[in-house]
Ligand binder design. Sequence first.
Ligand code: PMP
Length: 397
Amino acid sequence: LFSTVEQAPPDPILGVTEKYLADKRPAKVNLGVGVYQDASGRLPLMRCVEIAEQRLAEDPKPRGYLPIDGLASYTADVRELVFGADSPLISQGRVVTVQALGGTGGLKLGADFLRQVDAAATVLISDPSWENHRALFTRAGFSVSSYRYYDPARRGIDFDGMLADLTAAQPGTIVVLHACCHNPTGYDLNREQWAQVLDVVEARNLVPFLDLAYQGFSVGLADDAWVVRTFASRLGNLFCASSFSKNFGLYGERVGAVSVLCRDADEAARVRSQLKIVVRTNFSNPPTHGAQLVATVLADPTLREIWTSELTGMRERIKSMRTSLASQLAQAGVPEMGYVAEQVGMFSYSGLTRDQMLRLREEFGVYGTDAGRICVAALNENNVGYVASSIASVVRG
Ligand code: PMP
């Protein structure tokens, strides 16, 4: 049966971690994978999660199945965090939120549902995008192309190219947009540019699929949802995949969701019924633990306050590491890389070539992706100087 099964290539990002783990040099640094690390280089367990976990353990409950569309208090929380607690769209019953296995699961539920609705639609993703976008939508049966986004020559966004590509898209095209903290580049559109994108999406009747994997990592929880809320205030339909992997540090618990904006409550009921079939035929119903943790934190004003201040701490730490990397690069003779301080979110497109990234890895044990992405959220006071001097060596050497 399997004699003709081909060996699939390793995952490009997880493959970097495997190489990092095999490296014996003590100074090695893993800037490959997108996981936040604290000042001591460890993935933190957030205090709010620890307290919520204790509370759940003190009052143990039987583990029945959750409803197919998820824990109701959790999906209500997601809806409010993404669309705003006072959003009229929520009170009008226009937003359907279904619990999913991380942000990835939210994308996949949305993709599988969209494929039922319009099998012939094309999906457009940014060039470049998170590695899994293309694979996920292709596996869901779509043909996937890209719109221009990053311009290496200008070290920034090719906004005219992006608008031109969106304007040329057929009506009904599904456009995957990073709502904040663009992965992998770290470059986000400004609000005026988003307004122009929205004009095109509306005029061309495109279907926006907003990926909100980093809410709270750019400016703050509400600001980072601005794109979703602005699009939602003008459009009849949109999709948003969201995740608590990063902003709750719940990577392995797989806590995410997909929210679908509908034209009215009747449409929302029909959409929900179809999304439930997608869930039912894939994993039947979602897991309880992560959703309960999030719902416990968000239901308690004190825990919620702890969460937002911890999230602010993570965001600020990343920003200060960006500033520190930029200034140490300047001191090491690479002042032209000041843009790392301007980018946002967990990642930076370093602007280094593939050869330079390989030299960083081989000569210095500093691991980023071949395409030049580094995870600035893995920098700390102890490794930032070494990373800066290593980059300087491969750039100047
Ligand atoms: N979208 C983007 C842009 C991401 O960077 C990630 C995580 N790396 C995801 C979605 C998926 O997140 P999750 O781990 O919650 O599935």
